[in-house]
Design a protein around this ligand. Structure first.
Ligand code: ATR
Length: 291
């Protein structure tokens, strides 16, 4: 592409940002759609988030993604926030509006789109969430919106799971979620099969041999496993689910679709299936042979 005086810039705000796959997604989309737009990573040091957001606006950036550790911290610096992002309590996409940026969460719509494509349904499902951090919170809110029938949150620190269950029940207005200590998984009701969403960072590169639960009897209760981790593409959790006869997916498609949806918000473009697949291939090749 040619960068000229009309080129618009989007970027990623985070710390670190060096391993991001987002430039591969957005620059592929921009090129394929003949949009005069570039996407670049911005490493924002600790304590400089406000300056980064104000600076991005002053420099006429069209939009930004926001990643670890700033997804919640960025909220006070926004002019507006989308209701879903507010409910989740995390923003990963900034869209330029009149006097600043409006914050969105495209991670959960991205996960939903990925699940739909993979044939994973949520309505009426009994779901186990492994973990109770920021990612688990977002997943739990998505599940409550999408009509899951039961959510069991399993976490090493049971207090955090209890707090999250309380929040989900308050937001949904029903007794949808309950908490369990991770170590209590043998007491899950027998005879049930669950969709399990793995939200902890256990098993992420380079600690690829780890999974939050390693006992195979647990995996016999899982009909479908969804790991939010995408590196490695085949996590220990994914292997354990598949070895017990379940279907399993990693976080690569969620990563793709959070980007696609952000791109659509910035540009108003509609990204079709073929183009999304092209961006997916580009993203995977940017990850190297592992993906
Ligand atoms: P994120 O925003 O990605 O969800 P987080 O908020 O730091 O990250 O949450 C990390 C999650 O992984 C937590 O649920 C954490 O469990 P605790 O609440 O008990 O800390 C879980 N986690 C991290 N390391 C773990 C480990 N070694 N064993 C079990 N759970 C672990």
């Amino acid at each position: 592409m040619t960068i000229n005086g009309y080129t618009r810039t989007c970027g990623l705000i985070g710390n670190p940002v060096e391993h991001t796959m987002s430039p591969a997604i957005h620059n592929t989309l921009a090129e394929a759609l003949s949009e005069n737009l570039v996407y670049v990573p911005f490493h924002v040091p600790d304590g400089k988030l406000r300056e980064a957001v104000e600076g991005a606006f002053a420099l006429n950036l069209l939009g930004c993604n926001v990643t670890v550790p700033y997804k919640s911290q960025v909220i006070p610096f926004l002019k507006e926030i989308d209701p879903l992002a507010e409910k989740i309590g995390a923003v990963n996409t900034l869209v330029r509006v009149q006097d600043g940026f409006k914050g969105y969460n495209t991670d959960m719509p991205g996960l939903l789109q990925a699940m739909r494509e993979d044939g994973v349904r949520l309505e009426g499902e009994k779901v186990l969430i492994l973990g109770a951090g920021g990612a688990a919170r977002a997943v739990a809110m998505l599940l409550s919106e999408q009509g899951a029938s039961q959510i069991i949150i399993l976490n090493r620190t049971v207090e955090k799971a209890k707090e999250l269950a309380r929040e989900v029940n308050a937001a949904s207005g029903r007794q949808l979620a309950r908490a369990m200590a991770l170590a209590d998984y043998p007491f899950l009701p027998g005879g049930e099969k669950y969709l399990a969403v793995q939200t902890t960072n256990l098993g992420m590169f380079p600690r690829v041999e780890e999974a939050v639960i390693e006992d195979r009897t647990f995996y016999e209760k899982i009909h479908t496993g969804y790991d939010l981790i995408f590196n490695p593409s085949r996590t220990k959790f994914v292997s354990l689910v598949e070895e017990s006869g379940g279907r399993a997916f990693n976080g690569l498609k969620m990563l793709l679709y959070q980007g696609v949806i952000a791109y659509e918000l910035w540009t108003g473009a509609k990204v079709g299936v073929e183009l999304a697949e092209k961006a997916y291939r580009q993203m995977r090749s940017a990850m190297g042979p592992e993906a």
